[in-house]
Design a protein around this ligand. Sequence first.
Ligand code: ZN
Length: 296
Amino acid sequence: MPELPEVETVRRGLQPVMEGARIVRVEARRPDLRFPLPENFAARLAGRKILSLGRRAKYLTMHLEGGPALICHLGMSGSFRIETANASETPGDFHHQRTAAGAHDHVVFELEPAAGPAARIVFNDPRRFGFMLFAECAPDEHPMLASLGIEPTGNALDGPLLAGLLEGRKAPLKAALLDQTLIAGLGNIYVSEALWRAGLSPLRRAGTIAGPTKRARAHAEGLAGAIRAVIADAIAAGGSSLRDYRQADGSLGYFQHSFAVYDREGEPCPRPGCGGAIKRIVQSGRSTFYCPTCQY
Ligand code: ZN
């Protein structure tokens, strides 16, 4: 499943082509993705200019001149492909494999960019958990986005704020960090990575890093920094994959992040001097990877 850094990489890949472009035509090749496409979907988009392409958590938000905003979610397997007369690329192709099979091309946007050649943006989604819907209000106020917590990017997420979010919570720390109403867009992979960087066990009660003690304050500060850092590093890695791609021959293929603990069960802990081994446990039905020796 694409996580926030991948969605941000997709946004950055699409932005130069989409922002300022006019939508000439939209072709919806089926009536539904995860949900039915909105009524008059293609007709409501045709002719409109795309003012900006934003992101909130894992949602892409397309702001349109004189019309509703379009909210897009990649679901489990969704991707966008940019096609011009002589090239095709798929921004944000990283941890999992994708198919470019035409059978799964569900929505095609034909664009007249502000500069450069005409382009087609193709939404491909083999498993069809992705969706597109209109927000008649500001996208942030749409019911799907309104209850989302703070973004894990940027300096707003600091120790005191994180401690405030977790104070009194008895849930395991990992579960609390996956709660989208607290921190939005943080997923299974980057929670495992952030907890390892901060040296905190995914099993400890979330509330234990909120409190007046010096130790709790240091834990909260360390974890907030670790969350921001793993997300920023992953976005940077995605960005470099985009740059490499543009210079390459058109086959981005399978981009593998380097993770410290995620998907590394049984491997030695990469923390210098630790000597422990990475363990996999299941929390709330999902795999957690951590080092029991240096995370407590
Ligand atoms: Zn370790």
